[in-house]
Ligand binder design. Structure first.
Ligand code: M6R
Length: 610
């Protein structure tokens, strides 16, 4: 989704803004722009398409643009197509503004502003916000008051960075339901949508809370609450370094991040084992509290939701507690039945996904206990949940989530073991053995899966021309199939669906024709024979079948066109190496088809609008 960067300091802001925008590219965008103080006014350069178009415009139109203070933006179109005019910054002679989020009452506001004499050149909700602030600025002459009065009228979500012509060197910033940080360094201060945008310069930052208004100057940051009282902010330090946010010799972030999975598992799990037993490190979530939950609901979007499916299987199998898994955008509007006996587990890599955040807030309102599993420290979901378990995967830059998924499922295993132990469903010995698998065997298996890279590329090459591709599985293999299908389609644009293998006969099998590729995931021992029957059914209708299974799977080679053996782990842990392999297959397919692997079309890394 949109990305915001701003800088005021001792250096030329223009290259810093461009670099910051490039670091935000991963969030997804279709146009970009900057606004900087220059020649007694504010100069705006913006363009549809890549950030390089903005760079070229700066070069050709301004020769050398120099300014000590400015703001920049990558836009992911919502209101109005990607175009030069719709790109941010927007504004008037008095001010320029960048925005992440959606102004929901923009139609009404536009009407009022037209009545006040304003005209509009873009189709964006952002231009309306900028003109509302302008109107209030003209009547008050005070940027703080202008912002405050405007916030009282704006409905929806926003992170805003604003330059007022009469206040050179100052950036004004505020947020509601869209992320924004204020980062500080010796050589100037920044605003940014997230840490990677500024990591090259600093890892120290303040988290802006809902409705706070910050004034950023080159050597000073002042944060006010809406009553204009100064707020004492806690300085946070991100433990990510710049290497973590760079490709480090890999061709793409996605392949780098897949290769980081074994280490990420260890980093996430090791600190949570004490004397061989699970230790969540959450004193507020005592064993008694854990025992009190009658039901568990897992709510998330996309890949994080698929991690929740694995979590459900693990919790139901180990702890025998009923678990529902919901897509956050459905959950929040279905009038969910929750009370104090419910644990709601919210999973999110970014911690900022709008629907997931809304689901968290709704669950709290309804009296449920909320536990977040989040990768980005200090994100909205992490801060608002009753308890938070961080996945320590480091920054995930590729739009396609890979290492974050792996550690999300590892945390779900840890939680399942903990719940099972608390509810006397397993012995301490069983728990110790399961944790040993998670900490030692799982990273090894992921490492071995990475060694199958060439074999994965071969499978990708063989099936890359497919028009449709199906993934099938039963039990936990169906959970894996859903994620494998999402991974393939989002980065290779091959149409793909995942089906529970037993459901094929109820409709889907009519889609199988001569040569249709079917990837059959068969790691569930107890369901293996059933899978073979389903595979035979699709084979009989012309499908080309790839079986993904454990070594020694009987009869696989006789029925399949290709058999792919994944490293073996006990039962419920098989998704770890299996998904590594399926992520590699998706990755190579995307590369072989010449797709933009890390920034697939139309997608955004952090989905901060609903
Ligand atoms: O940041 P989150 O984990 O909340 O994001 C959820 C989804 O948007 C995300 O997993 C998305 O599905 C990925 N593109 C999948 O690779």
């Amino acid at each position: 989704m949109c990305g915001i960067i701003g800088y005021t300091g001792n250096d030329n802001s223009v290259p810093k803004l461009i670099e910051g925008l490039k670091a935000l590219e991963y969030r997804g965008y279709d146009s970009a722009g900057v606004a900087v103080f220059s020649d007694g006014g504010i100069t705006v350069v913006k363009a549809k398409g890549r950030i390089s178009n903005v760079e070229s415009k700066i070069k050709s139109e301004y020769d050398s643009l120099f300014s000590l203070c400015g703001i920049g933006h990558t836009r992911w179109a919502t209101h109005g197509e990607p175009s030069d005019i719709n790109s941010h910054p927007h504004g008037t002679q008095n001010l320029r503004l960048v925005h992440n989020g959606i102004i929901e009452n923009y139609i009404q506001l536009k009407k009022e502003l037209i009545e006040a004499g304003y005209t509009f050149e873009s189709e964006t909700d952002t231009e309306i916000a900028s003109k509302l602030i302008d109107l209030n600025y003209i009547s008050t002459g005070d940027p703080f008051l202008a912002i405050k009065l405007s916030l009282e009228k704006l409905q929806g979500s926003y992170a805003l960075g604003i330059l007022f012509k009469d206040f050179p060197g100052k950036i004004f910033a505020t947020r509601k339901d869209s992320p924004l940080i204020v980062a500080v360094s010796e050589n100037g201060n920044y605003i940014a949508s997230d840490i990677p945008a500024v990591l090259k310069y600093t890892n120290k930052y303040y988290q802006l809370e809902q409705g706070e208004i910050a004034v950023i100057e080159k050597d000073k940051v002042t944060v006010y609450d809406i009553g204009h009282n100064i707020v004492e902010k806690k300085l946070l330090v991100a433990d990510w370094d710049i290497d973590a946010a760079e490709k480090g010799g890999y061709d793409h972030f996605m392949i780098k991040e897949i290769n980081e999975e074994p280490a990420a598992i260890v980093k996430t799990i090791r600190p949570r084992i004490e004397n061989g037993l699970p230790c969540l490190g959450l004193p507020e979530l005592s064993d008694d509290k854990l025992r009190s939950f009658k039901r568990i609901n897992i709510v998330a979007c996309g890949t994080a939701m698929h991690a929740g499916l694995i979590g459900r299987t693990a919790i139901e199998r180990l702890a025998r507690i009923p678990v529902n898994v919901d897509i956050a955008s459905e959950f929040r509007y279905k009038n969910p039945i929750l009370d104090k006996d419910d644990l709601v587990i919210i999973i999110s890599q970014s911690g900022e996904t709008a629907d997931t955040l809304a689901a968290l807030r709704l669950s709290k309102e309804l009296g449920a206990y909320t536990l977040a599993i989040v990768n980005v420290a200090g994100s909205s979901i992490a801060r608002e949940a009753d308890s938070t378990l961080y996945t320590w995967a480091g920054p995930e830059i590729a739009v396609a989530s890979t290492k974050a998924y792996t550690v999300q499922i590892c945390v779900m295993y840890l939680l399942a073991i903990k719940l099972a132990l608390c509810n006397n469903k397993i012995t301490e010995e069983n728990a110790k053995e399961s944790l040993r698998v998670l900490l030692e065997q799982a990273p090894e298996a992921a490492e071995m899966a990475l060694k199958l890279n060439d074999e994965c590329r071969r499978i990708s090459d063989k099936y890359k021309s497919a028009h449709d591709l199906f993934f099938i599985g039963r039990g936990i293999d169906y959970d894996i199939a859903l994620e494998a299908s999402l991974k393939l389609k989002e980065i290779s644009y091959i149409h793909s669906e995942a089906y529970a293998a037993g459901e094929l006969k109820h409709g889907t099998i009519s889609l199988i024709t001569d040569g249709t590729p079917v990837i059959a995931i068969c790691t569930e021992d107890a369901l293996y024979d059933k899978m073979i029957s389903n595979i035979k059914e699709v084979k009989a209708r012309g499908a080309k079948v790839v079986i993904i299974c454990k070594k020694g799977a009987v009869g696989a080679e006789e029925v399949a066109d290709d058999v792919f053996y994944v490293p073996e782990l006990p039962g419920i842990y098989m998704p770890i190496p299996t998904m590594t392999v399926l992520q590699l297959i998706a990755y190579h397919t995307s590369v072989l088809l010449g797709c933009d692997v890390d920034k697939p079309r139309n997608l955004a890394k952090s989905v901060t609008v609903e």
